[in-house]
Design a protein around this ligand. Structure first.
Ligand code: FES
Length: 617
C-alpha cells in the first residue's frame, strides 16, 4: 500500500477500507459499508455520528465536538466521525450494526379489500408449440409470437436465449407478456409463479412488499433504513449533497439501489421465490426520493418556484435502476408525484384510503420528516406538504434515536414518570413516539408555558408533585426535564421541545390552511386518518396533546398504517388500480404553503401549547 494511504478498521464488524491519508472518517466509514446516522449530513451540527477511536492517530478535537461530547467522553476517545481525519492506520468502534432488515407490515384490513380485485398487467400463458419440421420452417421467434394475441415484440437478449431454450424445453414453454412485450420465456408450465414487489421509498426507511400476482397475496414484507441517511436525515440535506459534491447524485442513486437490492434479496430468501419470477415493481416515494431513485437531479425542488424535473409516472427496467438482485427484464412503474413536496407516497395514501369516496369531510395526515396532508370534501381533493422536520422521528433531538432496543417509546405522568422502553432494557434515548408522548404529558401537567418554555420550578403551583418537580434541572440558561435518571440520563431539553414545536406547528398550520381553503372548521371533520408507518404508531391523544391535531373527538381519529405502501401494492396487483392512481394527480389541487399569505400566522398559532394542569393535587 502506498505511504499516503491508511487503513481504517471499524469494530465490532471488522469492516476495513483503505483511505487517503487525511481522509474524513465518516467517508471512510461509508466506504467500509458502515451505516452512520449522519443526521446533519456531516456538518458537525447533530452530534449523531459519534464513535470511539480504539487505536491510531486522528486530527484534533473540533469546536463542534466540544459542544456535543463531554470532557470525559473526549478523554475516553469518543469523536464525531464527520469532524476527524485519519492521520495513520486507525481502529474505530462504532455502534453495533443493527439488523438491516425488519419485518414490516403494510396496512391491513379494509385498506387491502381493493386488492381482492387481482388483475395485474402481466400475463403468463403455457404453450405446447409444434416442433419445427421440413414442412414447418417457421423461425423460433415467430413460432412463439404467433401464439400470442396482438402484435408483440421481444428484446434481443431474449432472442439470443431462444434457440437453446425452446429445444431444451421440448417446445413446452410459458410466455410472460407485459402489454406489447414478450418479457421472458420459461421452460415448462410456470403459469402459477408470478410475482411483483411494491416499494415505499421513504427518506428515512424503505419498505418492500413481495406479492403473488396470481393469488393477490402479500407473501413477505421487509423494511430497511435508507442508506442515503449517511448524507443527511432530510431531503434538503440530500439535495445539498447533490449540489456540493460532483459525485453526490450518482452516490445517492447507488445507495438507494443498494438499499432496494438488500430488501429484494431478503424478501426472496425468506419466501423462496426465485428472482427470475419477479416481473414487475411499483415505487412510491416523496418527490425528492423519486428523483434520486432514477438518478435525476432534484435541485429544482430546493428553492422557489420548486419545480421538479418530472411529476408524471415513469417506467423502466430493473437494469435502468442499477438493481443487481433482479433480472434486467423486470419492469418498474414509478407512480406520479403531485408537486415538489407532494409525492407519489401521498397519491398512494389517497388510493389506499379511497378518501375521495368517503362520505363527508375527511383529513389524512402522513407524518414523517415531511408532513403531507390531504383534505377531501364535497368532491374536492386538496393536498399540501409541510416541513415537519426530523424531530418527529427523534432524529434531531438531543437524545433522539431510532425505535430500537433502549428507546423510550411511551411516557405517562401522574404523580411520577412511567416509561415504556423497547426491549424492556434500561433507556438509552428516546424515539419519536416517546418524544411526542413526553411533550404532550409535559404540557398536560402544566410544566411548560403556552410558548413551550419549560417553567422555572419556583413558578409551579403549590402542591405540584415533588417527584415531578425534582426532575426539572437547570440546563444552561433554560431547564430540562429528566425522564430517566442514573448512569445514562435521558432528558427532554428546551431545544427538543422547540424543535418539536416547529414540526407540529407546521403540520397544524397546513391543516388549518386546507380547511380554510374550503371554508371549513375542524368541527366539520368527519374523521382524521393517520397514515405512515411512523404516524400511525403515534397515540392520537398525544398528537392532540401537543396541538398538532385540531380539536376533534378522539374516536374520529383512525390509524391506517402504511397506507402509502398499501397504495403501491394495490397498483402492483391490479391494472385498474394502477390506472386510477395514474389519473389521480389531475383531480388533486395542490396548495403551496410557502406562498400562502396565511401561513405565517397559522404557523405562529400552531406553535403554542394548550396548557392545562390535570395532575392530582
Ligand atoms: S455531527 Fe457528524 S453527521 Fe452530524
Amino acid at each position: 500500500m502506498p505511504d499516503d494511504y491508511v487503513t481504517a478498521t471499524f469494530m465490532p464488524s471488522g469492516a476495513k477500507t483503505e483511505a487517503l491519508m487525511g481522509a474524513n472518517l465518516i467517508k471512510a466509514a461509508l466506504e467500509a459499508g458502515i451505516e452512520v446516522d449522519a443526521v446533519c449530513g456531516g456538518k458537525g451540527a447533530c452530534g449523531k455520528c459519534r464513535a470511539k477511536i480504539i487505536k491510531g492517530a486522528v486530527s484534533e478535537t473540533t469546536a463542534s465536538e466540544a459542544e456535543h461530547l463531554t470532557t470525559e467522553e473526549l478523554k475516553n476517545g469518543y469523536v464525531l466521525l464527520c469532524q476527524r481525519k485519519a492521520l495513520g492506520d486507525v481502529v474505530i468502534e462504532t455502534q453495533p450494526e443493527r439488523a438491516r432488515l425488519d419485518n414490516h407490515a403494510p396496512a391491513k384490513g379494509k385498506l387491502m379489500d381493493a386488492a381482492l380485485e387481482v388483475a395485474p398487467p402481466v400475463a403468463k400463458t403455457y404453450h405446447q408449440l409444434a416442433r419445427p419440421a421440413i414442412n414447418d420452417q417457421v423461425a423460433d421467434l415467430d413460432r412463439v409470437l404467433s401464439r400470442l394475441p396482438g402484435e408483440k415484440r421481444a428484446d434481443v437478449k431474449l432472442v439470443t436465449r431462444l434457440p437453446a431454450l425452446l429445444r431444451e424445453a421440448g417446445y413446452c414453454v410459458t410466455s410472460v407478456v407485459l402489454e406489447d412485450e414478450l418479457l421472458s420465456l420459461e421452460k415448462g408450465n410456470t403459469v402459477s409463479e408470478m410475482y411483483g414487489i411494491a416499494f415505499d421509498v421513504g427518506t428515512t426507511s424503505v419498505a418492500g412488499y413481495l406479492a403473488d400476482l396470481a393469488g393477490g397475496k402479500v407473501l413477505a414484507s421487509l423494511a430497511s433504513a435508507n442508506r442515503q441517511r449517511a448524507h443527511g436525515a432530510d431531503v434538503v440535506s440530500r439535495i445539498t449533497y447533490t449540489m456540493e459534491d460532483d459525485n453526490g447524485l450518482a452516490e445517492l442513486q447507488r445507495l438507494i439501489a443498494q438499499t432496494i437490492d438488500e430488501i429484494v434479496s431478503g424478501l426472496l430468501s425468506r419466501s423462496g421465490v426465485p428472482a427470475e419470477r419477479v416481473y414487475t415493481l411499483t415505487f412510491i416515494g416523496n418527490t425528492v426520493m423519486s428523483h434520486l431513485l432514477l438518478g435525476v437531479s432534484p435541485v429544482g425542488v430546493a428553492s422557489a418556484p420548486f419545480v421538479p424535473a418530472f411529476s408524471r409516472s415513469l417506467q423502466g427496467t430493473a437494469a435502468d435502476l442499477g438493481l443487481k438482485s433482479l433480472p434486467a427484464y423486470t419492469r418498474f412503474v414509478l407512480l406520479p408525484n403531485v408537486a415538489g413536496y407532494v409525492g407519489s407516497d401521498t397519491v398512494g395514501v389517497i388510493l389506499a384510503t379511497r378518501i375521495y369516496d368517503l362520505p363527508g369531510t375527511w383529513l389524512a395526515v402522513d407524518i414523517g420528516t415531511n408532513g403531507e396532508i390531504v383534505l377531501a370534501s364535497g368532491g374536492r381533493l386538496l393536498t399540501c406538504s409541510t416541513a415537519a422536520g426530523p424531530a418527529f422521528e427523534g432524529a434531531s433531538i438531543s437524545q433522539g434515536m431510532r425505535a430500537e432496543p433502549g428507546a423510550i417509546y411511551q411516557v405517562r405522568m401522574e404523580n411520577d414518570v412511567e416509561l415504556a422502553v423497547i426491549g424492556g432494557t434500561k433507556p438509552v434515548g428516546i424515539c419519536g413516539s416517546g418524544l411526542i408522548d413526553a411533550v404532550s404529558e409535559i404540557a398536560r401537567i402544566g410544566l411548560v408555558k403556552s410558548s413551550g418554555r419549560i417553567k422555572d420550578p419556583r413558578d409551579l403551583p403549590p402542591g405540584f408533585p415533588a417527584s415531578l418537580m425534582r426532575r426539572i434541572k437547570q440546563d444552561g440558561n433554560s431547564y430540562k426535564f429528566v425522564l430517566a435518571e442514573g448512569e445514562r440520563e435521558v432528558a427532554i431539553t428546551q431545544s427538543d421541545i422547540n424543535k418539536l414545536q416547529l414540526g407540529k406547528g407546521a403540520v397544524r398550520a397546513g391543516i388549518e390552511i386546507l380547511l380554510n381553503e374550503l371554508n371549513l372548521q375542524p368541527s366539520d371533520l368527519d374523521g382524521i386518518l393517520l397514515a405512515g408507518a411512523f404516524g400511525s404508531n403515534l397515540r392520537p391523544a398525544s398528537l392532540k396533546g401537543i396541538g398538532m391535531l385540531p380539536e376533534v373527538s378522539l374516536d374520529r381519529v383512525k390509524s391506517v398504517g402504511n397506507a402509502a405502501g398499501t397504495g403501491a401494492i394495490l397498483a402492483l396487483l391490479s391494472k385498474r388500480q394502477l390506472e386510477t392512481v395514474l389519473a389521480l394527480p389531475e383531480r388533486i389541487e395542490h396548495v403551496e404553503l410557502s406562498l400562502h399569505g396565511g401561513f405565517q400566522r397559522a404557523f405562529a398559532r400552531g406553535l403554542s401549547f394548550k396548557v392545562e394542569n390535570h395532575v392530582k393535587q
